[in-house]
Design a protein. Structure first.
Length: 173
């Protein structure tokens, strides 16, 4: 069960055309997070749609941060908070950080345990999209449809993508 902090704003998910600036924005965030978590030797990866060239996405950089122990929040949470991020959700397999609700939503950090299924599956889906143009087109179409029909319900948007992601991962085993 996921424990959420702070009430969601209820703003509609907006999917925009791919932006050539996303990789550089991700590199900057990766450098900042890596430096902040240097003692942990965390693995920081650009994931999500902004990590796939040409794929429409919400204009938010998603980073996956793999740490030695997810449960030991004291080893990573203060460093991420020092970067201006807040813990938004705690789930059994990951933690979710983002800027405070009063700030622009420019980055999401998904913290997981190094070597976990969460880490592997997110990287695998990103890599599937990077390597399969037909899958990328199908996913882009779904994202635009969901964003147009979600009417301010971000969880409905996310849930709508879940079956597609699971199918893609299962078909590529």
């Amino acid at each position: 069960m996921t424990e959420w902090f702070d009430a969601p704003k209820g703003d509609a998910p907006v999917v925009v055309a791919a932006d050539a600036a996303w990789p550089e924005a991700a590199r900057c965030w990766i450098a900042r997070v890596s430096e902040a978590l240097a003692p942990l030797e965390a693995r920081v990866e650009h994931v999500g749609s902004t990590a796939v060239a040409g794929l429409p996405a919400k204009p938010v950089i998603d980073l996956q941060v793999a740490v030695p122990s997810l449960e030991d929040e004291a080893t990573y949470r203060p460093a991420l908070e020092a970067l201006g991020l807040v813990l938004r959700a705690r789930a059994p397999d990951h933690r979710f950080f983002r800027p405070p609700a009063t700030e622009p939503r420019t980055v999401h950090l998904h913290v997981c345990a190094r070597g976990s299924e969460w880490e592997r599956e997110h990287l695998r889906f990103r890599d599937l999209l990077r390597g399969d143009p037909a899958l990328r087109v199908e996913y882009a179409r779904l994202k635009r449809t969901l964003a147009a029909s979600a009417a301010g319900d971000r969880s409905r948007y996310a849930d709508g993508k879940a079956a597609f992601i699971e199918r893609a991962l299962t078909e590529q085993r």
